[in-house]
Design a protein around this ligand. Structure first.
Ligand code: ASP
Length: 305
């Protein structure tokens, strides 16, 4: 069964269609009944999470599995057990899949080396967040009327990702899927929050106006203070002044531009209330779509039809 470690290995077209089937199915009232499978899916969350964890938990339940949530504080990790030994233990107990959120880049890859059950990367350090990128792509795919996903359906579209690119796994995974679908991706941050080596296939700028100019999509990112060394920013006020997505800046984008954010939002820092709650915002749509996409990805990883 496939591990889901990087956005690059996702069968994107299949997963977009599967997610959409779930959207339609869950719109039925009452929701279709689920036969319980009396089997566990482990959710190892070694970093805080709201949206991703809730969506994976819901997806487990909707597929008939029991989600076994393990956090770092409440696990033998706190007693010094290695991640690989935790994964071996869960395999020995017959869990069907293991979803991992971990502060270290590459931790899910390490886990996959010792796991027969599929490992799903739910965010590893500043490396990748494949299912977030897929739900963002699904949100755009729906927004643009579900074009043939096997084409470069984002061709001619400009996507500006603005914020803490250096520490963002969301930016890295999104870049893979967005460029593959044909989008022109701009990455924008203050010089100290750009990666040391420029990411491939993207335009990079420190000028938010240049990034937003004529954009079809603006994606704001949170300052990832948990991964930030001290002193990377002169001041929050300077950051707000130069990079905050506010109605004035957004006027530079195309009139039909949409605004995205993976959450959690820091209102008044990277985005204003008026934009986050405004007509162009797809933020809560992204959250809802996160459930359909985790259902699709779990089904695929479990080899279910
Ligand atoms: N929720 C996303 C992540 O886990 C984005 C963020 O935390 O800012 O990477």
């Amino acid at each position: 069964m496939p591990h889901i470690l990087t956005a690059a290995a996702l069968p994107v077209s299949d997963l977009l269609r599967r997610a959409d089937t779930w959207r339609v199915r869950l719109a039925e009232r009452p929701a279709p009944p689920v036969a319980p499978k009396a089997a566990l899916i482990a959710l190892l969350f070694y970093e805080p999470s709201t949206r991703t964890r809730a969506a994976f938990e819901q997806a487990c339940v909707l597929l008939g599995y029991h989600p076994l949530v393990i956090t770092a504080e409440a696990s033998s990790i706190a007693k010094g057990e290695s991640l690989q030994d935790t994964v071996r233990t869960l395999n020995a107990q017959g869990v069907r899949a293991i979803v991992i959120r971990h502060p270290q880049a590459g931790a899910p890859i390490h886990a996959a080396q010792v796991s027969d059950a599929p490992i799903l990367n739910a965010g590893d350090g500043a490396h990748e967040h494949p299912t977030q990128a897929l739900l963002d792509l699904y949100t755009l795919w729906r927004h643009y009327g579900c074009p043939d996903p096997d084409t470069r359906w984002l061709g001619g579209r400009k996507v500006a990702i603005i914020g803490d690119i250096r520490h963002s796994r969301v930016a890295r995974s999104n870049l893979i899927l967005l460029t593959r679908a044909g989008a022109e991706v701009w990455l924008c941050a203050p010089p100290t929050l750009l990666p040391d080596t420029p990411l491939p296939d993207a335009h990079t700028t420190t000028n938010a106006e240049q990034a937003i100019q004529n954009a079809d999509v603006v994606m704001a990112l949170r300052l990832q203070t948990e991964r930030m060394q001290q002193g990377l920013l002169p001041s929050l006020d300077a950051y707000r002044r130069d990079y905050q997505i506010d109605p004035e800046r957004l006027k530079l984008a195309k009139p039909e531009c949409v605004v995205m954010h993976p959450g959690p939002i820091q209102r008044g820092v990277e985005i204003t209330d008026a934009v986050a709650d405004g007509a162009a915002s797809l933020i809560l749509t992204q959250v809802r779509h996160g459930v359909y996409v985790r259902l699709a990805v779990l089904e695929y990883a479990l080899g279910e039809a």
